[in-house]
Write a new protein. Structure first.
Length: 148
């Protein structure tokens, strides 16, 4: 039996993956804080039901909304020579554009202070999940008598 067979471990791994993907998006938001017409993005937290089904918001793998220009439709490659958008490739979680931030005169919708707070909170949550994962593995090792 592997740890992937235990639902708790697969849920914790899904949550860790969510925090990793969210960190990437938040870093993109911070990097584009001065880019005109850039709209901040964030991930919706996977809900318990989707984690139990194993989907974790799989609808987002094909539909990242809008580009730097702020279009409302999903992004799609219209020419084979176009550069692929990084966020379209890796995440299987639901990406959301409406972060509630008002646009600056140049159309930018990134509030740097809010993004840095989200980064810090995301880091603390990730550390809590990894700590729980490690403790759970330690309990199994103790139960098996393999802890020294």
């Amino acid at each position: 039996m592997t740890t992937s067979d235990v639902p708790l471990f697969s849920m914790l791994r899904t949550r860790m993956r969510w925090h990793q993907d969210r960190q990437k998006l938040l870093a993109e938001n911070v990097a584009n804080a001065d880019t005109p017409h850039y709209r901040a993005r964030d991930l919706r937290a996977p809900d318990f039901e989707s984690m139990m089904r194993g989907s974790a918001g799989a609808s987002a793998s094909t539909g990242v909304s809008g580009g730097a220009g702020g279009s409302s439709g999903p992004m799609r490659v219209t020419n084979a020579r176009h550069i692929a958008v990084a966020s379209m490739q890796g995440t299987s979680f639901d990406v959301r554009r409406d972060t509630g931030v008002r646009a600056t005169p140049d159309g930018n919708r990134v509030n740097l202070e809010d993004e840095m707070l989200k980064v810090a909170q995301n880091q603390m949550d990730y550390q809590a999940v990894t700590g729980l994962y490690q403790r759970s593995l330690g309990l199994i090792r103790t139960a098996l008598g393999k802890r020294s």
